[in-house]
Design a protein around this ligand. Sequence first.
Ligand code: FE2
Length: 498
Amino acid sequence: MQSSKISESAVLEKSYTRADWQGGYQSLTQEFDYWIDDIEGKIPPELQGTLFRNGPGLLDINGQRIHHPFDGDGMISRISFANGRAHFRNRFVRTEGYLAEQQAGKILYRGVFGTQKPGGWLANIFDFKIKHIANTNVIYWGDKLLALWEAAEPYRLDPYTLETLGKEYFNGVLSAGEAFSAHPRFDPSCDRYGGESCLVNFSIQPGLSTTINIFELNLAGEIVRKHAHSVPGFCFIHDFVITPNYCIFFQNPVNFNPIPFALGIRAAGECIEFQPHQPTRIIVIPRFPQPGQGVKILETQSGFVFHHINAFEVENEIVIDSICYESLPGVEPESDFRQVNFEANAPGHLWRFHLNLQNGNVQRKLIESRCCEFPSINPANVGRPYQYFYIGAAHAEIGNAPLQALLKIDLESGERQLWSAAPRGFIGEPIFVPRPGSHREDDGWVLALVYDAAFHRSDLVILDGSDFSKGAIARLHLKHHIPYGLHGSFTSEVFVPT
Ligand SMILES: [Fe+2]
C-alpha cells in the first residue's frame, strides 16, 4: 500500500490540476474590441504603448480537434496602454488556410505537428501542402505589423483594426513562400547603420545540407542585407542569438525521415527523430564577414534548444544563455496533447555556454534547474552583457510542470525572485518593458497573460521589473480567456480607437 500513499501525496503536492490547465486550451472563436474596465491595482501612467501577442486561437475547426496547439490558426491579441487605461482587441489572421477551413467548416490541411485531414492515411498520402498558420510571433517594425510563422513569409496586418492586409515580401526581396523566422532579434545599436537599431532575422531551407539565410532590416522595415550559408546536415532551428558581430545557431541533433510523411501516416513534425548520441553543433556566422572569415562550427553535448535568452562577446569568447532539454519532447501520432504527462517529460533548464572562437572549445554550466521557458530581457541589452532576465517558470522548484510563475534572475548576484499564479493561474511569455528615460536595466514592467481557471478568463498582469515582492501592481481582467499563446512584443506606439 505504500506505493499508493506515495502517488497520492505526489498528486496532492502538485501546484495545479490537469482539468484547470486544460481550460486554457479551448478555442476562442469570438473577436472582441473593448476598453478594459475590470482592473485590480493601477496601470502605471508612464506605461504607454502596445503589447501584441500571437498564438493558436483555434484548437479545433468546427469541432474537429487539431492534433497539436502549434497547428492552431494564429490569433493576434492587442492590449494598448494610454494614460493609465488599457484597450483590448483580438482578431484572427485571415490566412488562405483559415478562410478556406472556416468556409468549409472542416479540416482541409495537414499541420506540421500532427493534424491530418480526416480519412486516415489515404486522405493524406502525397499531400505536401502545409497550411500557413501565422501563429508564432507578432512584431511592429518599420511601421508594419507582421504576424510571423517560421516556415513562410509574414502576414501584414493593420495595427489599428488588426485587419489582414496580405503577405509581406519587403519590396520583393523575399520571394513567394520564402521563409522568414518567427524569432527576429532586435540589435539596439548597430555601427554599420550609424548607431541605429536594426532587426536581424533568419530562415532555414532544410535538406541533406541546410541553407541558413540571414536578413538585416533597417528602421524603415527594408531588408538591407541578405546572405546565405550552407551547413552540413538537416537543421531544425527555431531561434537564434546575435551579438554585434555574429549570428549564432544551435543545430539540434535530429534526423528527418520523410517517408511516413509522404505516405500520409505521420505529419512532418512527427518524422523528426532526436539523436541522443550525437553532439549539438553550434554554428557561428559573421554578420559582416571579413575576407577569409567563414562560418565556424563548434560542438557541445547533445540536447535540444527551442529558445535562447541572449548572447554577448567577451574578448575571444561568445557567451550564450539558452533553455535546454535533454531531448526533443516527442510528438506522438496517437496522443492527445491535453493528456500530456508532464512528469514523464524532462523540464527545460537554463544553461550558459562559453564559446572560445580561437580554439573551438565550448564550456557550459547550469544556471537554473527550475522548469522554465519563454525568456525576456531589457531590449537595450540584446547582444550585450546583461544582468537580469525574466522567464516563465513552474511553481515547484523541481520537476516538469506547466508554467505558473514568473522568475526574475540576477545573473551577477544569483538572486531569484518568483511571482506565482498557482494554483489556478497558468502563465504565458513575459515581456519586459523599460521605463521611458531610465537606464537601470531592471527599471520597468513585466507584462504577462495569465489564464485564470477559476473564472475561465485571462488576465494581463503587470509586475514591477525591479521588485517582484510587491506582487502584481495591476491585474487587468479580460472578459474572456485567451488560449495559451506563443510569442509577442511591445511597441511604444499606441493603437486605440479614436
Ligand atoms: Fe519560439
